[in-house]
Design a protein around this ligand. Structure first.
Ligand SMILES: [Zn+2]
Ligand SMILES: [Zn+2]
Length: 212
């Protein structure tokens, strides 16, 4: 088994960072948050000869989960996550698609919901599941201890935090998720987030205006 690598495919009008996590040696991996533009995701997989074994979802918003069923059907793979508390959001994606004028969105039915403390993996790459509500009630973060890496979805951004004005949002819960679960993992943990560039927990702990 080789090193863990990540490729980002911006999808949907929200420029969401659909993330392909894969092993450098055997080119197997997973697709995190295929919010839409599924043809584009499939071309990136094909062009890089990456075999995706599963779809992992961080939370039930349209830009993260709107293309999951289409990708599942195209590849014949399971949808894993988020936490069941986002089922209401996942069941409402088609309505959201109409509201935002995004075509081709389907309600998402995961093959498996996740809970705090569970582990998901591909090859030798293991990720701990952290339930981090606040931006969405069922938001999960995927944390790879060995690689000092986390995919934090819309919980935390470089210099910002997830919005909490959408249904199920809770500012106090979001801050508790970040300060109670993410930052304690260590300053040297690098992360990819749902929008914009990634960062390190230490840099956010020191400079993020929402956390100081
Ligand atoms: Zn979101
Ligand atoms: Zn988002």
């Amino acid at each position: 088994m080789g090193q863990l690598n990540a490729g980002i495919v911006p999808v949907t009008p929200f420029q969401q960072n659909c993330t392909i996590l894969f092993d450098m040696d055997d080119k197997t991996g997973v697709v995190v948050d295929p919010g839409g533009d599924v043809d584009k995701i499939l071309s990136v997989l094909k062009d890089n000869a990456i075999t995706a074994g599963a779809i992992w979802i961080t939370h039930g918003h349209i830009d993260h989960a709107g293309g999951a069923m289409e990708l599942k059907d195209a590849l014949g793979i399971d949808i894993i996550g988020p936490h069941e508390a986002d089922k209401m959001l996942l069941d409402n994606l088609e309505n959201q698609g109409r509201r935002y004028g995004i075509a081709g969105v389907r309600n998402c039915v995961p093959d498996r919901f996740l809970a705090e403390g569970e582990t998901v993996s591909f090859g030798n790459h293991q990720f701990e599941v952290l339930h981090c509500p606040g931006h969405a009630p069922g938001h999960v973060v995927y944390y790879n201890r060995a690689a000092k890496f986390a995919h934090v979805g819309d919980v935390l951004f470089r210099g910002s935090i997830g919005r909490t004005d959408l249904p199920g949002g809770d500012h106090a819960a979001l801050i508790a998720s970040i300060k109670g679960k993410l930052l304690p993992l260590g300053d040297d943990i690098g992360f990819i987030c749902g929008h914009g560039p990634g960062s390190r927990f230490g840099d956010e702990r020191r400079t993020n205006p929402f956390l100081t």
